[in-house]
Design a protein around this ligand. Structure first.
Ligand SMILES: Cc1cc2nc3c(=O)[nH]c(=O)nc-3n(C[C@H](O)[C@H](O)[C@H](O)COP(=O)(O)OP(=O)(O)OC[C@H]3O[C@@H](n4cnc5c(N)ncnc54)[C@H](O)[C@@H]3O)c2cc1C
Length: 283
């Protein structure tokens, strides 16, 4: 009998984890040895990441251990950074050595796209990974602590100004979740802050409506809800640069905020881009 084929799955996100679960149902144990590789040892359930950002849910509620999916099926899990894919020699380079394969599935997802705008990476917070949510949650709570004892109104209001760049699903949901956190949780415990006049949440969008990739009816519903939640939506506003605490727009405005979040979109994972395979139009 020929040895079992080596199936290697890169990435335990939605694509990779779904595939592993399907293989478990469809492959006989002697048919293939399956190895899942991911830099994290958990699957991140991104639809609940906002609740991680606001502290509504603890980290373990949005992170599912990948070994819970691989071990019962008799599959291997390797926590490591994938650094290269060698199609010619059928092996994957990782931070912990090479992994040979007969069949390879690349499901490494996307990375944050800053569209080459200066200062995004250095001066804005991303919302993509669990560590981003933890950083943002800590940052927001620290801001409220310092604002609570700030007696200068102008400084307090600047500290409590939040700018979110990009009104796709991530930006819209984050703006809304932040307002919910403030109105339902923080308002009760920060009596020295006026939650109506001291806090501003700005959502910046380059096109002329929020959720531009979605059905216009959904955009309209989201816009109405954001208005009800006192989120100031700046449409047709293109960001040209982000400096520490300042968002510069192409029409010359300078918006100041202690918290600047970048939710401008994603692009193809550079590792996937580097592999010589046929790709779809967007990579
Ligand atoms: C905050 C947020 C909320 C979202 N909400 C929704 C929603 O409600 N509904 C919806 O349909 N979509 C939502 N999305 C989009 C959704 O998360 C993505 O479409 C989905 O994750 C893509 O799945 P994937 O398997 O391609 O990639 P991912 O889920 O990103 O998985 C990629 C995996 O590869 C790993 N990886 C990447 N590079 C390497 C490397 N070099 N080495 C090792 N491991 C690596 C990562 O750790 C990750 O586990 C949301 C996204 C975000 C950021």
């Amino acid at each position: 009998m020929s040895p079992a084929k080596q199936v290697v799955v890169l990435g335990g996100g939605f694509g990779g984890l779904h595939l592993v679960r399907r293989l478990e149902r469809h492959l006989r144990p002697d048919e293939a040895a399956v190895t899942l590789v991911d830099r994290q040892n958990y699957h991140l359930f991104t639809p609940l990441l906002y609740q991680g950002c606001t502290g509504e849910l603890p980290p373990h509620a949005v992170a599912y251990p990948l070994r819970d999916a691989t071990a019962p099926a008799g599959y291997q899990f390797l926590q490591s950074e994938v650094t290269a894919v060698d199609l010619d020699h059928r092996r994957v380079g990782t931070a912990d050595g090479e992994v040979p394969y007969d069949h390879l599935v690349i499901a490494l997802g996307s990375v944050t796209n800053d569209f080459g705008i200066a200062g995004v990476r250095e001066n804005a917070l991303p919302v993509k990974w669990l560590s981003d949510a933890e950083t943002l949650r800590r940052h927001v709570l620290d801001i409220f602590e310092s604002a609570a004892i700030e007696t200068d109104i102008a400084r307090r209001r600047e500290a409590l100004t939040f700018i979110i760049v990009g009104a796709g699903p991530v930006g819209v949901e984050l703006a809304s979740s932040l307002r919910d956190l403030m109105d339902h949780t923080l308002r009760k415990i920060y009596p020295s802050i006026d939650f109506y006049t001291d806090i501003a949440i700005h959502l910046i969008e380059g096109t002329d409506h929020v959720l531009p990739a979605m059905d216009p009816r959904l955009s309209a519903i989201a816009m109405k809800r954001l208005e009800q939640q006192r989120v100031r939506v700046l449409l047709k506003t293109l960001v040209s640069e982000i400096r520490p605490g300042i968002v510069l727009t192409k029409d010359g405005a300078q918006l100041r905020a202690r918290t600047i979040v970048w939710s401008g979109g994603v692009k193809v994972n550079p590792l996937v881009a580097s592999v010589d395979l046929p790709k779809s139009k967007d990579g």
